[in-house]
Ligand binder design. Structure first.
Ligand code: ADP
Ligand code: ZN
Ligand code: ZN
Length: 742
């Protein structure tokens, strides 16, 4: 008898363990298979984690596996190991990790292959011709046979049904279901392109990576200025991997970025390229996933979760724009795709390439001398743009001066003129603004009241297109007030510009401006971002207004002007990473301009023109910024020199959340004392969360900062367990190095 150790597909601590089932004779089930098993009175799906020959229980006590849900292992052995590792590393249920390994709709069998019915001849050509001779009068049938002799195979739906049935009845024709793959939009256009000649810098990069690939693996940070051609380096490294019979994964931060990367990779790798992301329809996702699983596509492109793509023999894994926060999952399991990528590369003896023009401080630090070998990244630099194209000039405009001169518009004189010139020369412009919507907050002039969301402690954003106030945290909407809810005054004013307002102003002020706006609101629908970007690419639109969605990765040759409408918005956020993020943003936006023959111009509007972040970003001097920022973090004890962890407690009443946080604080304090870990801790306290109300729940947190030399894993485990033991009516969420601190 064989036994299967199964994790059932229910996410709950109580069933986060293996259950043993017997495998009936003749049933092909093995580790990694998706199965259905009896579970109490129910039937549940589950994943086979391992097999064994004995189970130590009397046979009648062991229930049998009911069936295999699919006739192949859905989780490959390497990914099964990875899930087990994630279970420990991210303190999640094993099934939460396993669920990441297959498209959601494959669970509960909610997606099927799409088939079309096709007709083909079942007899030889000679026999078919004999039939034509003998049946001249059965016109419709003869016609079908004639067409099938020619075409071999035709969709059944294109042929007259009754005649077809008659032929099938006579055994002349067979009708079979044939699977058709659903192809994502981005992979539909068929343009192929050939390899450009590499620049010397690219050639060096590719050869270093290819050497590592042949030697059994390596880890690289590809730091290249914007427009230095990092993508081409990825492509050649991948090409080499394919030549060696291996596969590749390319991760991009956001779906809005994917169309361009996808079309490049598609143009070079054709049907070998597959895409995986959450915006695909269930059917497309399932089909792409199977093309990858069965080796029909060997190059996978996708956002964060594509790091789990079921490739075998992985040779190259690329994380493009590695500094983006979207690589960190904000849901349980809170995995970091870069860390997963690194593990997968190591498991296959493949190469990891982290690429960016503005690497995160912690990544860059790992490419500096003196880092322990297991953490080290080899640094490869591309210091110049392709073909010696210059980096664009960045002009910093002091908005205080504009205001003093009586210019109260959102455009400085400089940006307005630059935009006019750009448009009159027939070029295109990209304008970046950190907020979507029209006005970022609504306030009463008489009493200062700011309209806030009823369920969250955040101000409401005005959306003019829909004429509503909307909360960007919970989505709640309300009509804009006519009078102040607090004092009754009619002097309600709208402050702060968002994408809608910038787009409107551009259309109002600049003749010949044709605007596309790209933000969360305009890209909700499937394929919307591809279509919007296509309107810009084709020249139908000449001004692209957008949020961080447009800040990175896009490569439009006709763009000669990039404008940052308000650089300070992100600089003053209460987060130790706000300087790093602002630097990245400005550098990346600047990088959109002047990528082809025409030189680019960049205008950055700010109220703090002398701030070193603005100054260094304007010079696009990453190294200087890194040195300054890392020195600051070392001194102020911020990551990567320390680790930050927290438990957020949310409850209907603030007192409840506070009590839970304070209880946990005490318990954690006792734990630290017991383990003698106090000296490793920089800070530990219960405080109200920066956003104290979210989706109707009051929030408190236990915040912890500690040195890396301490037993971070032990503390994490303790904090997770405190979160799991939160009192009734209190939600608790444990996070380590959270991507935001609100
Ligand atoms: P990065 O990601 O470093 O900002 P990209 O990979 O987007 O840069 O490349 C910038 C532009 O240069 C793209 O249009 C790309 O097609 C082009 N390019 C890259 N390498 C070469 C090359 N060797 N020869 C000609 N054009 C290149
Ligand atoms: Zn008022
Ligand atoms: Zn809200």
């Amino acid at each position: 008898m064989r036994y299967a150790e199964v994790i059932v597909d229910l996410s709950a601590g109580a069933v986060d363990r293996l259950f043993t089932y017997s495998v009936p004779d003749g049933m092909a089930v093995d580790a990694g298979w998706q199965v259905e098993v009896p579970f109490g009175p129910r039937k549940l799906e589950g994943f086979v984690v391992s097999m064994k020959d004995e189970c130590g229980l009397p046979p009648e006590r062991v229930k049998p596996v009911l069936r295999a849900v699919r006739d192949y292992p859905v989780v490959l052995p390497e990914l099964l190991d990875l899930a087990v590792w994630m279970h420990e590393r991210y303190l999640c249920n094993l099934v939460d990790a396993l669920r990441l390994m297959i498209p959601a709709q494959m669970r509960g069998d909610r997606v099927r292959a799409r088939t079309v019915r096709v007709a083909r001849l079942k007899v030889s050509r000679a026999e078919a011709e004999a039939f034509l001779q003998a049946n001249r009068r059965a016109k419709a049938q003869a016609e079908i046979v004639r067409r099938l002799i020619e075409a071999e195979e035709l969709p059944a739906s294109a042929l007259p049904a009754s005649a077809l049935r008659a032929l099938a009845g006579k055994g002349l024709v067979e009708i079979a279901g044939e699977e058709v793959r659903r192809t994502p939009l981005a992979l539909k256009d068929g343009a192929r392109s050939s390899d450009p000649e590499l620049t010397p810098g690219q050639r060096r990069a590719v050869s270093e990576i290819a050497d590592a690939l042949e030697r059994g693996g390596g880890r690289f940070l590809l730091h290249g200025v914007t427009g230095s051609g990092k993508t081409e380096v990825y492509i050649r490294a991948i090409r080499r991997a394919l030549e060696l019979g291996r596969t590749a994964i390319v991760l991009v931060p956001e779906i809005a970025l994917t169309p361009q990367m996808v079309s490049w990779l598609h143009a070079r790798f054709g049907a070998d390229a597959a895409v995986l992301h959450s915006r695909l329809s269930a059917g497309e996702r399932y089909d792409e996933w199977r093309r990858i699983r069965f080796g029909e596509a060997r190059v996978v492109i996708g956002a964060r979760s594509a790091v789990f793509a079921p490739v075998e023999n992985l040779g190259v894994i690329v994380v493009d724009e590695e500094h983006e926060t979207s690589y960190q999952s904000d849901r349980r399991p809170r995995y970091d795709a870069r860390e997963i990528a690194r593990r997968r590369a190591a498991a296959h003896g493949g190469v990891l390439i982290l690429g960016s023009a503005t690497p995160s401080i912690s990544t860059y630090m790992r490419a500096m001398p003196g880092v322990r070998s297991e953490n080290r990244l080899e640094l490869i630099e591309l210091r110049e743009r392709v073909h010696g194209r210059p980096l664009p000039e960045v002009e910093v405009v002091d908005m205080r001066g504009e205001f003093e001169r009586g210019n109260h518009s959102i455009f400085s004189g400089r940006l307005a003129r630059a935009l006019e010139d750009c448009l009159s020369e027939g070029r295109q412009a990209v304008l970046f603004i950190n907020r979507r919507g029209y006005s970022t907050f609504v306030s009463c002039r008489a009493c200062g009241y700011v309209v806030k969301c009823g369920a969250c402690d955040v101000s409401m954003t005005f959306h003019q297109v829909e004429n509503v106030l909307r909360c960007h945290y919970c989505g709640r909407e309300m009509p804009p007030p006519k009078t102040c809810p607090k004092c009754g005054s009619r002097y309600i004013k709208y402050f702060g510009a968002g994408t809608q307002k910038v787009a409107e102003e551009v259309m109002k002020r600049f003749a010949g401006a044709r605007v596309v706006r790209v933000d969360v609101d305009t890209t909700r629908e499937k394929d919307a971002h591809e279509k919007l970007l296509e309107r810009f690419r084709s020249g139908e639109a000449n001004v692209l207004v957008g949020t961080q969605m447009i800040a990175k990765g896009l490569d439009f040759p006709n763009v000669t002007l990039a404008g940052v409408v308000a650089a300070d918005m992100s600089l003053n956020l209460p987060d130790y990473r706000s300087k790093e993020r602002t630097f990245q943003l400005i550098t990346q936006v600047a990088g959109r301009a002047g990528r082809a023959e025409h030189p680019g111009r960049v205008v950055v509007q700010t109220y703090e023109p002398d701030h070193y972040v603005i100054q260094l970003a304007a010079k696009q001097d990453y190294r200087a910024f890194y040195l300054r920022e890392s020195a600051y973090r070392r001194k102020a004890l911020y990551p990567p020199f320390t680790a930050i962890a927290r438990i957020v407690f949310s409850a209907k009443a603030a007192a409840q959340a506070q009590a839970a946080a304070e209880t946990a604080e005490t318990a954690l304090g006792e734990f630290l004392d017991r383990e003698g870990m106090r000296p490793d801790v920089v800070q530990m306290r219960a405080v109200e969360a920066p956003i104290k109300l979210l989706r109707g729940l009051a929030r408190w947190q236990v915040f912890l900062k500690m040195y890396f030399k301490g037993d971070l894993e032990g503390v994490s485990r303790e904090m997770q367990s405190l979160a799991d033991r939160a009192p009734e009516g209190v939600q608790a969420e444990f996070e380590i190095n959270p991507s935001n601190l609100f």
